[in-house]
Design a protein. Structure first.
Length: 96
């Protein structure tokens, strides 16, 4: 009996959620695997944005009070993220 090779298994990319609560990211530190999509979710009442200002690449969302913003992180390293409306609102995401 000859067995046919198994079909390749599709890799499903992971998604993780970071909440933008009033004037803080929750959690403030996160480690994810390369290829993970980060879903930023506005849950507070204040205007916020997501700005990656240092790391393997940079990105910026619009400023808003509700909704989501998604970013797939494909490069290894640490992304330093802030809300430019609130300078004390910081987040570090390490991609391994």
């Amino acid at each position: 009996m000859i067995l046919a090779p198994s079909p390749p298994v599709a890799h499903v990319a992971a998604t993780t959620t970071i909440r933008l609560v009033d004037n803080k990211f929750s959690p403030a530190k996160k480690t994810v695997k390369r290829g993970t999509t980060v879903r930023f979710l506005w849950t507070g009442k204040n205007d916020h944005n997501v700005t990656a200002y240092d790391g393997p690449s940079t990105f910026h969302s619009t400023t808003k009070t509700h909704g989501t913003y998604r970013k797939r992180l494909t490069k290894k390293g640490t992304y330093l993220i802030t809300c430019t409306v609130h300078a004390n609102m910081n987040l570090a995401i390490r991609v391994r």
